[in-house]
Write a protein that binds this ligand. Structure first.
Ligand code: PLP
Length: 408
């Protein structure tokens, strides 16, 4: 464990982490689902509503200007956080799901022909499968999946072999929400670029765990979500290359996305505003700005180093539990541990450990095809963050053992 990293110091910044559940100290291991919020985020949201609640981009009064500055400030912060190139390349969305749907309908659909293919992988979240199926259904294209091996590793050779001239877009998770695999997205982008195939990377699970450098990755689109990055729900972004944003038609129409409107036609605003119709989640994005400041303060490299140690510790601990099967052993992975215990249903397991104060997720994790790949209907999942500790892992293992003795 990195001696310089003290998770207890950061835990104190998260009020919810000190609560009890079933009269036990909460052990929050459901961070891949949504992360807890530091005091700074809660305060930023409250401050907006208390001190300068106003709509953005349309009021010239002081409150409106203050709200707009704070809201647009998050765009600058996110652009810097992702090394995005330009703030105009950051389109605010309600999360990854909306970001991927925007690319599906606005970029992919007009380009797809019968017989075309969209290439994804077997480890995708439904948010990176279903939108492609919807536009494939409308255009006569098909969605294909690149296989992963038993450790949950995507074979680059097999991915490359599927990049035929029929593929019009590829879409790949940066980090899997179920098995934690961190995909080599820069290498994947290189393969796609060499063939002129646009690549979307689903960064939902990468942003909270590792430094993301979009200039280094070299993809065409990058989707992220704010609530997994310790920010409010209903926030997220699509980053895209400028030429794509300029070429894409708007997805939603309404206020704030236009330059002029008449009954002869509408001239749209420049990106990113062209894609941001209507009043946004102002408080949420102001909170997201505070979350980015907070995470930058902790340091993504330090977070990654600490979580890598914690993952190794938790993996060894889980491996010591009799009858436990761990899904996903990629050499490069985030601290996400999916597992089953022989003879115990994942839901029963999660329900019973909840009584010991441990919050896990159980189910298919919005990844039916991945469950099918491993031949199971569901798993239990522990997903860790930098505020989790070895002591919590130890308590979790004791809780698991109790459940195993009760049910297995
Ligand atoms: N992609 C991945 C890998 C995810 O883990 C999630 C959320 O669990 C999503 C997409 C969807 O994110 P959101 O629901 O915030 O839009």
């Amino acid at each position: 464990m990195s001696p310089a990293f003290d998770p207890l110091r950061y835990r104190a910044d998260f009020p919810l982490l000190s609560r009890r559940v079933h009269d036990k100290p909460l052990i929050y291991f459901d961070n891949a689902n949504t992360a807890q919020k530091p005091r700074a985020v809660i305060a930023a949201v409250e401050e907006y509503y208390r001190d300068y609640n106003a709509n953005v981009a349309r009021a010239v009064h002081s409150l409106g200007e203050q709200a707009t500055a704070a809201y647009e400030g998050t765009r600058d912060k996110l652009a810097a956080f992702l090394n995005a190139g330009g703030r105009d390349q950051i389109v605010f969305t309600s999360g990854t799901t909306q970001a991927i749907n925007l690319v599906a309908y606005s970029f992919a659909l007009p380009r797809l022909q019968p017989g075309d293919e969209i290439l994804v992988t077997q480890m995708e979240h439904h948010a990176n499968i279903v939108p492609w199926q919807l536009v494939a259904g409308r255009s006569g294209a098909t969605v294909r999946a690149a296989p992963i091996d038993d450790d949950g590793v995507l074979s680059l050779d097999r991915f490359e072999a599927l990049l035929s001239s029929r593929v019009k877009l590829a879409a790949v998770a940066h980090v899997s929400n179920v098995i934690g695999t961190a995909n080599p997205v820069a290498a994947i982008a290189k393969l796609c670029r060499a063939r002129g195939i646009p690549l979307l990377v689903d960064g939902s699970q990468a942003c909270p765990h590792q430094r993301v450098d979009l200039q280094a990755i070299g993809c065409d689109f990058y989707a992220m979500t704010g609530h997994k990055l310790f920010g409010p729900t209903g926030t997220g972004a699509l980053w895209a290359r400028r030429e794509h944003l300029q070429a894409m038609p708007p997805f939603f129409g309404g206020g704030e996305m236009i330059r002029t409107v008449s009954f002869d036609g509408t001239v749209f605003a420049d990106p990113p505003h062209k894609f941001e119709a209507g009043t946004p989640n102002i408080a949420g994005f102001i909170g997201l700005g505070a979350a980015i400041d907070y995470v930058q303060g902790v340091g993504l490299d330090r977070i990654q180093a600490y979580e890598t140690e914690l993952l190794a510790y938790a993996t060894a601990a889980l491996d010591s539990v009799p009858g436990l099967r761990l899904f996903g052993r990629a050499p490069h992975k985030a601290a996400v541990l999916s597992f089953l215990i022989e003879g115990v249903h994942a839901h029963d397991l999660a329900t019973l450990v909840d009584h010991e104060g441990v919050a896990l997720r159980s189910g298919h994790h919005c990844a039916h095809p991945l469950m099918q790949r491993f031949g199971v209907p569901a798993t239990a999942r522990a997903s860790l963050a930098f505020y989790n500790t070895r002591d919590e892992v130890d308590a979790f293992i004791i809780a698991l053992d109790k459940v195993r003795r009760l049910l297995a």
